[in-house]
Design a protein around this ligand. Structure first.
Ligand code: DGL
Length: 290
């Protein structure tokens, strides 16, 4: 909490306490930390608060209603913590909950709160990475079955041929810290082979799940070295920077004390032990219930 001096209506000197108004970053678990890492690098002075719903991850196999309900709880929790702006750093939540939250919940919640996702900024740019015009998208069941990437990418790159692949077990491999195992190699190899067998002209693969960058060394083992693998962190960070430039009122509301806070609905010891793999630095976290 920050205090600053002001003059009251009666002319007295008073101290006004201003609560932090960080940018909220939400994911079903650890994955959003790969996005937060880039947000923090690109907006280093800004305050952020991270919420991982590790206790209820993965969201990928859950139905629309459940992902929406959990995501809305998380967004409200972050609003209660003072966030004027929340980033759903989760493709599954962006695919299944973002539109309803923006269109139906925000008008009721009011107070000029905003929620942004990760699919739109990625779709706006993904076609630029490909020379062949053939792009592969890897994601959870929720993201791929929603067809959000095809719908959004078509708006910006109607000529690009998208081929999508559900990677059912990848989030679990990451959440359970099994990325270096033989099991991970077998699963990743099988899913990549299926993707490439559907379209062998793919020259760009998007990791359309914020957990997947942790599997990058394994992914690289099983694909041609000429294929580009695109992760979302920097794309989302660049897009947020532009958003704040276009919305100076929102930018002003976000406090800039370099405060980073981390919360998990799961075991905090586990979260602290694994989070540095995703975030790149040691962190301390607090437990919360949604
Ligand atoms: N990081 C989430 C995403 O980007 C993972 C979803 C899950 O929990 O299955 O989709």
């Amino acid at each position: 909490m920050k205090a600053f001096r002001s003059i009251s209506a009666e002319g007295f000197l008073i101290f006004v306490h201003m609560h932090n108004q960080p940018i909220g970053v939400f994911d079903s678990g650890y994955g959003g930390l790969t996005v937060l890492r880039e947000l923090h690098a690109s907006l280093p002075g800004y305050d952020f608060i991270y919420l991982g719903d590790n206790a209820r991850a993965p969201y990928g196999p859950k139905d629309f209603e459940t992902v929406y309900e959990y995501s809305l709880q998380a967004v409200k929790w972050l609003f209660d913590k003072g966030c004027p702006l929340v980033i759903l750093a989760c493709n599954t939540a962006s695919a299944k909950a973002l539109r309803t939250i923006q269109q139906e919940d925000l008008p009721q919640i009011g107070e000029e709160k905003r929620v942004l996702g990760v699919i739109r900024p990625t779709a706006e740019i993904i076609g630029n990475y490909s020379h062949s015009g053939h792009v592969g998208i890897l994601g959870t069941q929720g993201t791929i079955n929603s067809d959000s990437y095809r719908i959004e990418t078509n708006k910006f790159f109607p000529e690009v041929k998208l081929t999508q692949q559900v990677c059912k077990e990848w989030v679990d491999l990451v959440e359970k810290n099994k990325t270096g195992t033989e099991e991970a190699e077998q699963i990743v190899q099988a899913d990549l082979q299926t993707l490439i067998s559907k379209d062998n002209e793919i020259d760009t693969i998007l990791l359309g799940c914020t957990h997947y960058p942790l599997l990058l060394p394994v992914i690289r083992k099983f694909i041609d070295k000429d294929i580009k693998v695109v992760t979302q962190g920097k794309i989302v960070a660049e897009s947020l920077k532009h958003y704040l430039q276009r919305h100076p009122d929102m930018d002003k509301r976000i406090t800039k004390e370099r405060i980073l806070e981390f919360y998990s609905t799961g075991n905090v010891g586990d979260f602290e032990a694994h989070a540095s793999l995703f975030f790149g630095k040691e962190i301390t976290a607090k437990f919360t219930i949604l």
